[in-house]
Ligand binder design. Sequence first.
Ligand code: GRF
Length: 219
Amino acid sequence: MPVDRPPKRRFVILISGQGSNMREIVQHCRTVGAPADFVRVISNQPDAPGLAWALAQGIPTGVISHRDFGSREAFDGALAQAIAESEPDYVLLAGFMRILTSGFVARFEQRLVNIHPSLLPAFPGLHTHAQALNLGVAWHGCTVHFVTDQLDHGPIISQAALPVREGETVESLAARVLRLEHQLYPRVAQWLAEGRVSMTVQGRVHVNGVQDRHFWSAV
Ligand code: GRF
């Protein structure tokens, strides 16, 4: 008699480039047997290298190029339609380099997750590693959070930190943070697949059955 397994949660992943976070998420979830179905990878960049990798993994892909649309709203509408067709439980932004309209966010809110290469609320926006070095922070890192219509300010699911070293350059720090992202996002994706992540009435994230939600590493 087959054991009744919980239904797998459906994930759409949005990328714009290499998709290294996407790769780490898919590989981790498949390795640990997380109840996750990666039903589609969509990019706004037709030549995103991550698309070929996803296809090779048997994951359907799609391209919605922002260059084909006359407005941000029109692009977001087409993207939302493509995503909705896959009926995702969660939409993971993984190196997705577009700012989404409030209409798009509202359609997928509480199901839209992003990784940002800083310890939010520090350093929202771009060039986070340069911002960190310019201010001489001791600690830097990355944040996985739910997306709201306030850029890089949604409820935090988990953070990973690292000590900034003497003589660090933007390149060396970016490489270290990316390695940290590759530890952080896959475990959050696993928690999402396992149904552990919920919101409290105070608007904070609760992760059921996980002791150390956040971590630091000297990567
Ligand atoms: C990286 O700079 C990462 O910090 C940010 O998006 C960029 C590309 O990530 N999250 P990926 O390799 O496409 O996942």
